[in-house]
Design a protein around this ligand. Structure first.
Ligand code: SF4
Length: 264
């Protein structure tokens, strides 16, 4: 079961030579991290609890919106199966705290946010774009296409430890990629489920102009050419502190052997 949480959702769609928001984003953060993740196929032996939690919340939201399944029960059953399973919790997290947080957030979403949705067109919908300027298909998964308070909206669900800043939706490359797939959408949204003691759900609405789409496609093309040319290099920064591959970059073979595993 845990193996499925180690795979990015859009990665399950392509044949390995595809492009996606996740791939471009990881390359831009650190090309060496991209190489270790996608080419060496290294993954943490113990998955991050926040990642697993986020995916289970996603699944519960999808079950609610697509099939009207009780999301709290859905989450409770899935998260319950992981009690006692090794997960990498940060200092502020525990299985119990995330359990309470997930149930609180999903109950709030079901009672306060779900009624705002109408004309639900799709949930967790995969897309593949063949763009003439790119040699490989660009794939992704759109969480939700529906009317939000009367406007046709393409939305991405996020779980986060703190509220997003207002600029994040406006700057999100993921929402730009969604807009490429759904050009007729009236607006784009990040729906952020914040894991604070008192559950918060915040919608951040935005849109994209044609110029922004062209700008993003130019960036994707640039990164795709770098990847195809095999240009991978370390890009050290603050993010190394939470990078799974730090033992590899430090040459610590013993720790790398203990904390990383190669996936098929
Ligand atoms: S530790 Fe830093 S330099 Fe090494 S792969 Fe991770 S992000 Fe890149």
């Amino acid at each position: 079961m845990l193996a499925s949480f180690l795979r990015e959702r859009d990665d399950a769609l392509g044949n390995g030579s595809h492009l996606s928001h996740s791939r471009i984003n990881r390359y831009l953060l650190c090309p060496e991290q991209y190489r270790l993740y996608y080419l060496e196929k290294l993954r943490p032996t113990v998955p991050p609890a926040a990642l697993v939690f986020g995916q289970i919340v996603h699944q519960a939201l999808a079950a609610l919106v697509a099939q009207k399944v009780d999301p709290v029960r859905h989450f409770h059953d899935s998260w319950g199966m992981l009690k006692g399973v090794p997960l990498d919790f940060n200092q502020r997290e525990s299985w119990e705290k995330l359990s309470a947080s997930g149930e609180g957030l999903l109950a709030k979403f079901a009672s306060e946010e779900f009624p705002k949705l109408s004309h639900i067109e799709s949930v967790e919908r995969p897309f593949t774009l063949k763009i003439t300027s790119l040699d490989s298909p660009f794939v992704g998964v759109i969480d939700l296409v529906a009317e939000v308070e009367g406007k046709r909206t393409v939305a991405d669900w996020k779980t986060a430890g703190s509220a997003f800043d207002e600029h994040e939706a406006a700057m999100s490359d993921q929402l730009t990629a969604y807009k490429l797939s759904e050009p007729a959408a009236e607006q784009l949204a990040l729906c952020v489920l914040v894991k604070t003691k008192e559950p918060q759900i915040l919608w951040h609405l935005t849109d994209r102009t044609g110029d922004r789409l062209v700008e993003y496609l130019n960036k994707v093309g640039y990164v795709a050419r770098e990847i195809a040319a095999g240009r991978f290099y370390k890009r050290p920064g603050l993010w190394c502190a939470w990078c799974d591959f730090l033992p590899v970059c430090l040459g610590d073979k013993r720790k790398a052997g203990e904390t990383l595993v190669t996936v098929p």
